[in-house]
Design a protein around this ligand. Structure first.
Ligand code: EPZ
Length: 430
């Protein structure tokens, strides 16, 4: 089983290039099959989740040609079934996106119910409500979501909660419906806007993405396009907080600073220096961090996907911090692991009360999910001594070459497969 072996203590210093957004890439890859013409997508992250989705789309007849590691041409003109039968897709949350895409195009979709990180109850009732409002029948049967419609007709949909997935899924289906759809209380995340921009570049009529009311005028069909995916807000934020945790000096390149505002504001509040440039951010941390109160919220609030990373930083701050996750109720599973490294954190419901400690100490720990896994790695980079992090497959779902990027910044980290390799790493790093 693959693990990271880490010897902590080196501040992260240097420049790191951020890849394309995973959470924009997933719906855009699914939406690419909504036209029979060829779509070229660039700046795609090469991570487990995007690769699983591409394989599943190939399984229904989509032509997928990788032009290089981060570019792909997709043609959905020869899709021969609307039923996705793929074991791996069940493991990813984005399994729900082909439903919106296929339902829009073919008025039918049979897709395995989504899996993904175990971070709390991850209902899809708002997706279903949206599909039904457009005129589809929806059935959950034998682990599949089955949707079918004679015709899809635009509708006025008020989401009961702000959901990224439901907003995007309904937007995809409504793009090829008859008439106008209005989604109220829609999610405003940068990846929602990116999907709308992609669909518009294929001929869709979507207005208001990035606000809480999205208007979609249905079109008969979409055409091919060339599209570049936005940089990954969360990968960027993870490296920015890694600079804070390791007392480093990092230039985080290829980002959209506007998407990072809530993250930047917290870094400054806890005592880091942040310099903003056109498409990069410099984060310098030289002092003891200050405590803070954090509440995760839908965009433009502080992202739930950055909650473990900020908690790892605050656990080294000078005082007591309070972190509340209002989006997912089970996103504190990393706390037990961080406690093994010396953190002092008490969890009460959806709130963590963090009393800062002087330092982390290395330990054998396990990544419980994607973002928490990445956050624990940053703790290990700051810790005294050796750490091994198990279950790195979670981290590989969303971070491309994570350990290689960290190595280039001076981190002592290696991907290892067995105790012999761990021993070798220990001898090498002393
Ligand atoms: C997306 O998940 C992301 N995943 C998540 O990123 C991210 O944490 C989340 O949005 C919030 O930003 C992908 O894009 C693949 P939601 P999603 O629907 O769409 C409730 C990562 O680390 N809800 O916005 O599943 C739900 O339970 C991952 O990259 C309903 O009640 O999230 C949650 O409390 C993890 N009914 C809240 O809304 C629904 O029908 C937000 O969920 C849908 C959601």
């Amino acid at each position: 089983m693959k693990q990271y072996a880490i010897k902590g203590g080196n501040p992260l210093v240097g420049e790191v290039e951020i890849g394309g957004s995973k959470n924009a890439a997933l719906p855009i890859l699914a939406a690419a099959v909504m036209t029979d013409e060829t779509v070229y997508i660039d700046n795609m992250p090469d991570v487990f989740d995007t690769n699983v989705l591409l394989t599943a789309l190939q399984g229904i007849g989509t032509s997928v040609v990788r032009t290089d590691r981060h570019s792909v041409t997709i043609n959905g003109g020869n899709i021969f079934t609307q039923e996705i039968q793929d074991d791996n897709i069940k493991k990813i949350r984005a399994a729900y996106y082909p439903t919106g895409a296929l339902l829009g195009k073919y008025k039918e979709a049979i897709v395995p119910l989504p899996g993904g990180c175990d971070i709390g109850c991850r209902a899809i009732d708002q997706h279903i409500k949206g599909f039904k409002a457009l005129g589809a029948e929806v059935l959950i049967e034998h682990g599949y979501i089955k949707t079918k419609a004679d015709r899809l007709v635009g509708s006025h949909i008020y989401l009961d909660c702000v959901s990224v997935g439901a907003t995007i899924n309904i937007m995809m289906a409504a793009t090829l419906a008859e008439g106008t759809t209005i989604i109220e209380n829609s999610a405003k995340e940068p990846h929602v806007v990116d999907v709308a921009n992609f669909l518009n570049s294929c001929g869709a009529h979507i207005k208001g993405a990035g606000t809480d009311v999205i208007r979609i005028k249905g079109v008969k069909k979409l055409h091919g396009a060339e599209y570049t995916i936005i940089p990954d807000q969360i990968e960027a934020g993870t490296f920015m907080f890694a600079a804070a945790v390791t007392k480093g000096d990092l230039l985080v390149k290829n980002v959209i600073p506007k998407h990072l505002e809530s993250i930047t504001a917290k870094l400054i509040e806890i005592g880091c220096e942040v310099e903003e440039y056109d498409d990069c951010m410099r984060v310098v941390c030289s002092k003891k961090l200050r405590p803070s109160h954090v509440k995760t919220l839908p965009y433009p609030g502080f992202p739930t996907d950055m909650q473990p990373q900020i908690a790892v930083a605050l656990a080294l701050a000078d005082g007591i911090s309070i972190v509340t996750d209002t989006i997912f109720e089970n996103r504190f599973k990393y706390v037990d692991e961080l406690t093994r490294m010396g953190a002092n954190i008490r969890v009460e419901g959806s709130t963590a009360i963090i009393t800062g400690v002087q330092r982390y100490t290395g330990a054998d720990i396990t990544a419980p999910d994607l973002r928490a896994g990445a956050a624990l790695v940053t703790a290990a980079l700051a810790a005294e001594g050796f750490t091994t992090v198990d279950e790195v497959r979670y981290i590989q779902r969303g971070y491309e070459d994570f350990h290689l990027k960290l190595q280039a910044l001076g981190a002592q980290i290696e991907l290892v497969e067995d105790p012999r390799e761990i021993q070798k790493f220990r001898l090498k790093t002393g």
